[in-house]
Structure formats: structure tokens, C-alpha cells
Design a protein around this ligand. Structure first.
Ligand SMILES: NC(=O)c1ccc[n+]([C@@H]2O[C@H](COP(=O)([O-])OP(=O)(O)OC[C@H]3O[C@@H](n4cnc5c(N)ncnc54)[C@H](O)[C@@H]3O)[C@@H](O)[C@H]2O)c1
Ligand SMILES: [Zn+2]
Length: 414
């Protein structure tokens, strides 16, 4: 068979659709639209620093390329917290929430497949990824795209006449003209679907780490910072077969929790005075050796400075904790980088392709007994969204979600 870019793309689409459990060749049997849809939707708008108002807006007409989704639940991300506290992106008033998932209730007639080529119909469960309105050439089939950092996401775009642009709502309107990418994840449970977006950050970070050639099955790995991001880092590493993981944090409860996700040892940095003592405590967890690789999962400049001391000569380091600018960090270029020959990579969000990998990671993690969905410790209804943010800011839970249906399992529904 002659190979050209069109049929290579078709083969890749079939493989990716197969990864998520459905053949791309399966016919779409769905009606174009169905179901009872109300005339208005409720959207939690961040209208001032530290304050949301739940507002009611008309649901727009669903055009041929659009999708209307009934929201089930959405995780609160560190980025939402930054917006809530400081609005660093200058978006207020804004409909926030990007870690969301829900059910398609209306579908434009041109929308027959998701971004991996998997058929979609009314009733399917979906998550969104990036919007590529300004760069329609980006697809998940382009292996050379480093990430999708410059693209927009629902939940972090300026308010417009639609208003239904964030997942902290009961309906979200996905406009085809925005270059929306989305995935049919009907084969995943609600809590797993809520975790997809942050987990994709870690799938990407581990892919970046692998480019150094240092990360191996028997590597000694440090994960510094075990908030939701660091915890998911541990789970991704454990799921890919890495067994020697030490977590570093100042919060004993979080450190203890990291063991459920696959950490073998923990170090509470608060118990050690000076970086040399801290580095020794880390090395002690590896029988006196420094780490082969380390992941920096805090937004703390001091933590960035510290982490070089945990890594052996010729080892690797992935910095992913600075999603926003938290200031400068001091390192000693001679000792920390040059003479140690550290292989440093940065990691920022994810690629579309990382999403497909993430679906499989979440399923595999479950199969090997990692309780990934226990990450969602607390759920609040939409009308308690201010309380939910205050709760999350006080670090009372791990991943806090805003949901329109109660969550099962160990999640505390407020
Ligand atoms: N690269 C990306 O694309 C990306 C995406 C999402 C989030 N992030 C960033 O990842 C970071 C972590 O996110 P999160 O939601 O887990 O945040 P979080 O605040 O819940 O967790 C951070 C953890 O780091 C710990 N910590 C603070 N200072 C420390 C130190 N000096 N040493 C060791 N541990 C320390 C805290 O106790 C906390 O448990 C954030 O800064 C966020 O901006 C990056
Ligand atoms: Zn997020």
C-alpha cells in the first residue's frame, strides 16, 4: 500500500481511537440532537477577587459545529486558585473551570467524531482539551509539537456574548468556530474524567523527562511537592513501572497519602535544618545514593534551589511547578548544573496526544491498584463554589471538585 500523509493520519486515528476502547471505523448511530434542554444555564462567574456569583444566562442556539454539554463535575485547579486570589491573567469577570466533564445533550450536525476520530453522539461523556482557533494546523497527529501552551482552554477565556465558557456551570457551550478539541471518554467513570486534565500535565512531564534518557525502571526518583500535581506524578511513575520513589513535602498527611499512590519513602523537609541535612535525608532513602531523577512539583523558588542537591552527577531534573511566575530562584551554576552535568527539562501543560495516553494511564493505574480517584477528597455543589475555593485554599483537602451530582467512593460531599 502506498503511504501518504492522509492514510498515515487515518492509521494513527484508528490506533488512538482503539486506545480508548472504540474503533474509529464504528458508525455514529446517534441522533443529531435529543433530550430536554432548559432555556437557561447557571454559570459561576468570578466577578471580583475572592468572589463568584452564580448567574443565569440563556442557552444559545446550537449551530452545526457546536456542542452543548450538561456539566457533571469540575476539579478546582491551582490556576483557578490563582485567579480567585489575584486574577494574574486579568480575566475578571470570567467563567472559570477547565478540569471539567459532562454529557453531550445537543450536537451540531457536522460534529460526528472527537479529536481522536472516535464517533460521538448525544449522551456521550466528554472532556475538552485546547482550542486552536488561531493555529488550526495543530493536531494530535503532529508529533513535533512540543506542547499547546499558547492555546486557549475553556474556563480561562474572556467572557463573551455566550457566557457559557467555563466548566463551573451546569451547561457549557463548545463553539466549533473556536477550534475546540474534545474527547469522547464515555468508558471512564466520573471521578477519573475529572482528573484527566491534571493527569495529562504529568503524562507530559514524564514524557519530557524521558527525553533525557535517564529515567529507567530501576531509577531512584524524587518527587518534590505532593499536592495534586506531585501525587499524580507519583502515580504516573508507579504505573509506568518505576518502584523507587521518594516524596518530599512539609505536610505529613500529604506525604502519607503519597504512599497510596506509589511512593516508597517520604521526607518531611521541615524536620531538617540546612540543605545538606535535607539532601542527606533524601539520599538515606536510597541507601545513601542521590536520586537519578527529580520532579519539581511546587511553586516555591526555594524548592527549585533545593532540588539540585537531591540529584546525582549526570542525573536529571524536570521543573514543572512554575505554571505562573512565582519569582526568581537562586542556583549556583557551577555546583548545581555545570560540574554536576545535570540534564534539566522544563514541562508545560500537554499535547493533544498526551490526552490519549492519559486515558490509558488512568485505566492502568486502577488495574494495578492505585486509588487515583481518591485524589478527589471533597465535592461542593455549584452554589457553594466560594466555600469550595476557600476550602481548597486552606489545603483542607487534596483535589476539591465542584459538581452537579454527588461523587461516590471516599469523596466527602459538602
Ligand atoms: N507545568 C504545568 O503545566 C503545571 C500545570 C498545573 C500546575 N502546575 C504547578 O504545579 C505546582 C503544584 O500544583 P499543586 O496543585 O499540586 O499545588 P499545591 O500547592 O497543592 O501543592 C504544592 C505542595 O508543595 C509543598 N511545598 C511547598 N514548599 C515546599 C518545599 N520547599 N519543599 C517541598 N515541598 C514544598 C506544599 O506543602 C504542597 O503540598 C503549582 O505551583 C502549579 O502552578 C504546573
Ligand atoms: Zn488545571
Amino acid at each position: 500500500m502506498e503511504m501518504n500523509s492522509a492514510n498515515i493520519e487515518e492509521i494513527v486515528k484508528q490506533v488512538l481511537a482503539g486506545m480508548s476502547g472504540t474503533s474509529a471505523a464504528a458508525p455514529a448511530s446517534a441522533p443529531v440532537s435529543a433530550g430536554q434542554v432548559p432555556k437557561t444555564a447557571h454559570v459561576a462567574m468570578l466577578t471580583a477577587l475572592g468572589h463568584y456569583d452564580v448567574k443565569e444566562f440563556p442557552i444559545p442556539e446550537v449551530g452545526d459545529d457546536d456542542i452543548l454539554v450538561r456539566v457533571e463535575g469540575t476539579g478546582i485547579c491551582g490556576t483557578d486558585q490563582h485567579e480567585f486570589k489575584k486574577d494574574p491573567f486579568g480575566l475578571i469577570p470570567v467563567a472559570l473551570g477547565h478540569e471539567g466533564t459532562g454529557e453531550i445533550v445537543k450536537l451540531g450536525k457536522n460534529v460526528t467524531k472527537d479529536s481522536a476520530g472516535k464517533p460521538v453522539k448525544v449522551g456521550d461523556k466528554v472532556v475538552t482539551c485546547m482550542m486552536f482557533q488561531d493555529d488550526p494546523d495543530i493536531t494530535m497527529f503532529d508529533l513535533n509539537k512540543k506542547n499547546v501552551g499558547a492555546a486557549d482552554v475553556y474556563g480561562l477565556i474572556p467572557d463573551d456574548e455566550t457566557h457559557l465558557n467555563g466548566w463551573f456551570s451546569d451547561y457549557i457551550f463548545l463553539k466549533g468556530s473556536r477550534g475546540t478539541t474534545f474527547f469522547n471518554v464515555s468508558d471512564m467513570d466520573l471521578k477519573s474524567r475529572i482528573i484527566i486534565e491534571p493527569a495529562a500535565v504529568l503524562v507530559h512531564a514524564v514524557e519530557r523527562a524521558k527525553t533525557t534518557g535517564i529515567l529507567r525502571f530501576n531509577s531512584r526518583v524524587v518527587v518534590q511537592g505532593v499536592g495534586p500535581i506531585g501525587l499524580l506524578c507519583v502515580a504516573v511513575l508507579r504505573t509506568m513501572g518505576i518502584e523507587n520513589i521518594t516524596t518530599v513535602d512539609g505536610n505529613d498527611a500529604r506525604l502519607e497519602f503519597s504512599k497510596k499512590f506509589g511512593a516508597t519513602h517520604t521526607v518531611n523537609f521541615m524536620q531538617y535544618k540546612g540543605i545538606d541535612n535535607l539532601a542527606k535525608a533524601v539520599a538515606d532513602t536510597f541507601d545513601g545514593h542521590l536520586a537519578d531523577f527529580a520532579f519539581q512539583c511546587t511553586g516555591s523558588p526555594v524548592a527549585h534551589s533545593n532540588i539540585y542537591h537531591f540529584v546525582r552527577n549526570g542525573g536529571g531534573l524536570c521543573e514543572l511547578g512554575f505554571f505562573i511566575n512565582n519569582g526568581d530562584a537562586t542556583i549556583n551554576p557551577h555546583f548545581d548544573l555545570c560540574s554536576k552535568e545535570i540534564n534539566l527539562v522544563g514541562s508545560w501543560v500537554y499535547t493533544l496526544r498526551d490526552y490519549a495516553t492519559t486515558f490509558d494511564f488512568l485505566k492502568r493505574a486502577k488495574e494495578i491498584g492505585i486509588p487515583v480517584t481518591d485524589l478527589i477528597t471533597d465535592a461542593f455543589p455549584l452554589d457553594k463554589i466560594n466555600e469550595a475555593h476557600e476550602f481548597a485554599l486552606a489545603q483542607k483537602g487534596l483535589k476539591v471538585a465542584v459538581t452537579n451530582v454527588p461523587l461516590d467512593g471516599n469523596t466527602n460531599n459538602h
